[in-house]
Write a protein that binds this ligand. Structure first.
Ligand code: RIB
Length: 287
C-alpha cells in the first residue's frame, strides 16, 4: 500500500473469467495468496481499457499491496505510471518488451514451434492458424499469439515451407467467434489439412465449424489448441494441445509479487516456463 502500511491484500486483473485459462490462473494465484497470508481481489476487465483504469484506481483506493496483471492488459501508459510510483507489479502470461516489468509466462515461441513441427511430422503442409485478438481489431493481436505464430513460421521455414499469411486468421477469444472465424478460414479456398488454434477456446470453436461442414476430425482436418485447460479433455474427441504449467505460473507470479512487496527483489525478473505438447485425438497422420 502506498501509505507504507501493509494490508495483506492484492489485486488480480484478468481479461475474461469465462475463459477457463484465466479461471485456472485465478484459482492458483488465490490458492498461493492464501497460503502466504494474502487476500486476493479479483477483477475481470473484458479487454476494456476503461474497466482496467476503473479497477486499478479501485484497487489503489483499497490500498492493495501489489497487483498481478493477467495477459490481455494493454494499457502500457497505466503500467508506466504504476511503476513510477514503485507500485509492486507482476505480469502473468504476457511480455511487454518495451517495459521493464516482472513477468511469468510460458515459452510461447517454443510452443508454436513444437506444434508446427509435430503437424509437419504427420505430413501436414497447409496449416491454418486462428490467432487471438480482442475488440475485433487485427491491431490487437495478443503478444502470446504473435510469439506462437513466430514459432509456427520458423518451424515451417526450417522445413522449407514458406509462411503464407492468408492462412492466418484473427479472432476474439470466444467459442462463437472462433467458430465464425474458423468457418471463414475453411470457406476461403482449398481448406488446410490442419488448424492450429492459439488457445483451447478457439480450438473448440474450430471443432464446431469443421463439424458443421461435414468434415471429420482428425481424418479430414487435424486440430491443435493451446493451454490444456479443462476443455481439452472434456471435448469429443479429446483435444491435442499445448500444456501451460498454469499452477506453477500462478504460484511463481504470487511468490515474485510477495518478494517485491517485501523489498527482497529489486531487479526485474522474467520467468519463462516450458510448454508441453499433449497429443490426444484431434490429430493423426495425413492420409
Ligand atoms: O486466452 C487465453 C490465452 O491468453 C492463453 O493462451 C494465455 O497464454 C494468454 O495469452
Amino acid at each position: 500500500a502506498l501509505t507504507g502500511k501493509r494490508t495483506n491484500t492484492l489485486g488480480l486483473l484478468i481479461p475474461d473469467l469465462a475463459n477457463p485459462f484465466f479461471a485456472e490462473v485465478a484459482r492458483h494465484v488465490e490458492d498461493r495468496g492464501q497460503e502466504k497470508g494474502f487476500n486476493v481481489i479479483m477483477c475481470s476487465t473484458d479487454y476494456n481499457p476503461a474497466k482496467e483504469a476503473k479497477y486499478i484506481s479501485l484497487l489503489k483506493q483499497k490500498q492493495v499491496d501489489g497487483i498481478i496483471l493477467g495477459s490481455g492488459f494493454y494499457n502500457d501508459q497505466m503500467i508506466a505510471e504504476l511503476q513510477q510510483e514503485n507500485f509492486p507489479l507482476v505480469m502473468i502470461s504476457q511480455e511487454i518488451p518495451a517495459l521493464d516489468i516482472d513477468t511469468v509466462s510460458v515459452d510461447d515461441f517454443m510452443g508454436g514451434y513444437q506444434v508446427t513441427q509435430y503437424l509437419l511430422s504427420l505430413g501436414h503442409r497447409r496449416i491454418g492458424v486462428i490467432a487471438e485478438s480482442f475488440q475485433d481489431n487485427p491491431a490487437n493481436v495478443r503478444w502470446s499469439s504473435k510469439e506462437r505464430i513466430r514459432g509456427y513460421r520458423e518451424a515451417l521455414e526450417a522445413a522449407g515451407i514458406g509462411f503464407d499469411e492468408d492462412l492466418v486468421f484473427i479472432s476474439n477469444s470466444t467459442i462463437e467467434a472462433g467458430k465464425r472465424v474458423a468457418g471463414a478460414l475453411l470457406d476461403a479456398g482449398p481448406h488446410p489439412t490442419a488448424i492450429f488454434a492459439l488457445n483451447d477456446v478457439l480450438a473448440i470453436g474450430t471443432i464446431k465449424a469443421v463439424r458443421e461442414r461435414g468434415l471429420k476430425i482428425p481424418e479430414d482436418i487435424a486440430i491443435v489448441g493451446f493451454d490444456d485447460t479443462i476443455l481439452a479433455t472434456i471435448v469429443d474427441p479429446p483435444l491435442t494441445t499445448v500444456a501451460q504449467p498454469i499452477r506453477d505460473m500462478g504460484y511463481q507470479a504470487m511468490d515474485l509479487l510477495i518478494e517485491k512487496i517485501e523489498g527482497k527483489e529489486n531487479t526485474t525478473k522474467r520467468i519463462i516456463l516450458s510448454p508441453q505438447l499433449m497429443i490426444r485425438q484431434t490429430t493423426c497422420p495425413l492420409t
